[in-house]
Structures are given as structure tokens and as C-alpha cells.
Design a protein around this ligand. Structure first.
Ligand SMILES: Nc1nc2c(c(=O)[nH]1)N[C@@H](CN(C=O)c1ccc(C(=O)N[C@@H](CCC(=O)O)C(=O)O)cc1)CN2
Ligand SMILES: [Mg+2]
Length: 292
């Protein structure tokens, strides 16, 4: 079998085009959605992602502001910046690019973001809302994966979904979204005994471990849908996923490529979340009647 390739780039373009349309509609009410991206330090990959987020905003008509801070600022200075953005009426969405420099407490920083502006969906109250079935912001990577499955007409109802990697930003929220969609979810971690026995049960397999080529074709059930969240640069500078694409694509029914799979969807869903934050602001915004 040769898997069909799920084109995340094409789907992300469609999602962004839809966002652009809704942004234009919102602008007729006088509201421009605004995203603030906070980047601390000079991590080269983070710089690329932040630049791509700002460019995607501009292209879709959202206002974006990038706040660049020195790697050696104090945690308190960073918290002050976040507080200012919380109070800034031009800003609907705030995200702090991760990873933060080593000595900073990212949980504390994320908890300082106003939950109503937490477009990454990482704040504990957004994590709690997601877990209890009333999501406000869905974390962008798992949200993008749900969109991809939907656009491929993959039903999760009663399906076996196996997730490898239990991070707060991908694996855990992914489990919640798939559970809510009716899947029987298995969440594996680095201690899982006989990982292959788990992954081979999956109708839908999501891999987010940060370990290149960790899941190979022999670990996949024939015809399964395989979603590769990994972005690793190998020795010759090529981007590779956490799934060994060559062997996996011989067994899977459908598979996401790296690059051009999950990554572009992450940015598209960030725009969706920011737009929705602004739409909620519009719903609460009552301009003074003209002429009074
Ligand atoms: N605050 C956040 N930090 C991080 C997040 C996040 O969602 N919020 N996720 C990752 C990084 N990330 C976005 O921030 C991200 C990574 C990769 C891509 C992407 O489009 N990748 C391309 C390849 C790009 C390349 O050439 O390197 C692809 O897969 O096709 C988008 C977003 C960690 N931090
Ligand atoms: Mg305000």
C-alpha cells in the first residue's frame, strides 16, 4: 500500500483565506483583530516561527505586533510586558513563543496572560475548560490536526486513537479533542512498555515525541491515518518528522509530510483563534450611537 499524502500547506491556505474574509467582515464593525507575539532571546527556529506568524497575520489583514526581548531580561520584566498587553485594547491575542530561556518559569509566564487573550490555549483555565468539554481556545497544533482529519473525512467516532507524546502543548490537548470527538484514546509516553503494541492498534496515530524517525512502518496498522507532529533537522540540514516516512508511507492509508503537514496548520489555527477572540470582543463592544 502507498499512503495518500495529507497536504497541510494547501489546507492551511484555505483556512487562512477564510480567516481573511471574516477579518474583512469584522473590520466593517470597526474592529481589527490584533495579535501580540513575545519573543525572548535569539533561538533561530523561534525567530523563524515568529516571523512566519507575523507575516501570516499581515497577509490575512490582522494587526500584529512582535515584542522582542533580550535573553537576559528578568522574569519580572517579561511579566510586566505581558500585563501591558493584557491591558492593551488593540490586542486580542497574546502568545509567548516557547521555549523560554532556561531559567524562566514558563508556567508562571503563561498563567499571567489573560485567559481571554490566550490564543495558544496554554493557560491552566483554558486547559481546564478544554478538559471539561467547554473549550475557549484550542491549542493550535491539535486544533489543526482535528481540522486536517475533518477535511480528510476521517471519523473519530468509536475509533482507536493513539497519541505518542504527552506534552501540555500537543499530546494532552490532542487527547481531549479526540476524546470529545468520540475516539477511544491511548496516550503513550516515554515510559510506555512495548510502544509498537500500542501504535499498531491505532486507526488514527498522532506522533509528537521530538525524536526523529521514532515510529516506523512495522509499528503501524495497515491503512491507518498517521499524523506526524515532529520537526527535526537531521545531519544534512533536512527537516524530518518523528515518523520514518519511507517505511510508514508503505503501510499507512494516509500520512502527513514534514514539512508541509502539521506545521502550517499550527499557524493557520493561531489566526483562527485570534480572529475568534476579536469576534468575542466585537460581541461585547457597544459603540456610542452616532449623533448623540
Ligand atoms: N507559544 C508557542 N510556542 C511554540 C508553539 C506554539 O504553538 N506556541 N509550537 C512550536 C513551534 N511553532 C510555533 O510556534 C511552529 C513550528 C513549525 C511550524 C511550521 O510551519 N513548520 C514548517 C517547517 C518550517 C521550517 O522550515 O522550519 C512545516 O512543518 O512545514 C509552525 C509553527 C514550538 N513553540
Ligand atoms: Mg482591554
Amino acid at each position: 500500500m502507498t499512503a495518500s499524502i495529507i497536504d497541510g500547506k494547501a489546507l492551511s491556505d484555505a483556512v487562512k483565506a477564510d480567516v481573511a474574509k471574516r477579518v474583512q467582515e469584522l473590520k466593517t464593525t470597526g474592529i481589527v483583530p490584533g495579535l501580540a507575539v513575545v519573543l525572548v532571546g535569539e533561538d533561530p527556529a523561534s525567530q523563524v516561527y515568529v516571523r512566519n506568524k507575523a507575516a501570516a497575520c499581515e497577509k490575512a489583514g490582522l494587526h500584529s505586533r512582535v515584542v522582542r526581548l533580550d535573553a537576559d531580561i528578568s522574569e519580572q520584566e517579561l511579566l510586566d510586558v505581558v500585563h501591558q498587553l493584557n491591558d492593551d485594547d488593540e490586542i486580542d491575542g497574546i502568545l509567548v513563543q516557547l521555549p523560554l530561556p532556561r531559567d524562566m518559569d514558563s508556567a508562571r509566564v503563561i498563567e499571567t496572560i489573560a485567559a481571554a487573550k490566550d490564543v495558544d490555549g496554554f493557560h491552566i483555565s483554558n486547559a481546564g475548560l478544554l478538559m471539561t468539554g467547554r473549550p475557549l481556545f484550542r491549542p493550535c497544533t491539535p486544533y489543526g490536526i482535528m481540522k486536517m482529519l475533518e477535511s480528510e473525512n476521517v471519523s473519530l467516532w468509536g475509533a482507536e486513537a493513539v497519541i505518542v507524546g504527552a506534552s501540555n502543548i500537543v499530546g494532552k490537548p490532542m487527547a481531549m479533542l479526540m476524546l470529545a470527538a468520540g475516539a477511544t484514546v491511548t496516550l503513550c509516553n516515554s515510559k510506555t512498555r512495548d510502544l509498537g503494541a500500542q501504535t499498531r492498534r491505532a486507526d488514527v496515530l498522532v506522533v509528537a515525541t521530538g525524536k526523529p524517525g521514532m515510529v516506523t512502518g512495522d509499528m503501524i496498522k495497515p491503512g491507518a491515518v498517521v499524523i506526524d507532529v515532529g520537526i527535526n533537522r537531521n545531519d544534512d540540514g533536512k527537516l524530518v518528522g518523528d515518523v520514518d516516512f519511507a517505511s510508514a508511507s508503505q503501510v499507512a492509508g494516509a500520512i502527513t509530510p514534514v514539512p508541509g503537514g502539521v506545521g502550517p496548520m499550527t499557524i493557520a489555527m493561531l489566526l483562527v483563534n485570534t480572529l475568534e477572540a476579536a469576534e468575542r470582543r466585537a460581541a461585547h463592544h457597544h459603540p456610542a450611537p452616532v449623533g448623540l
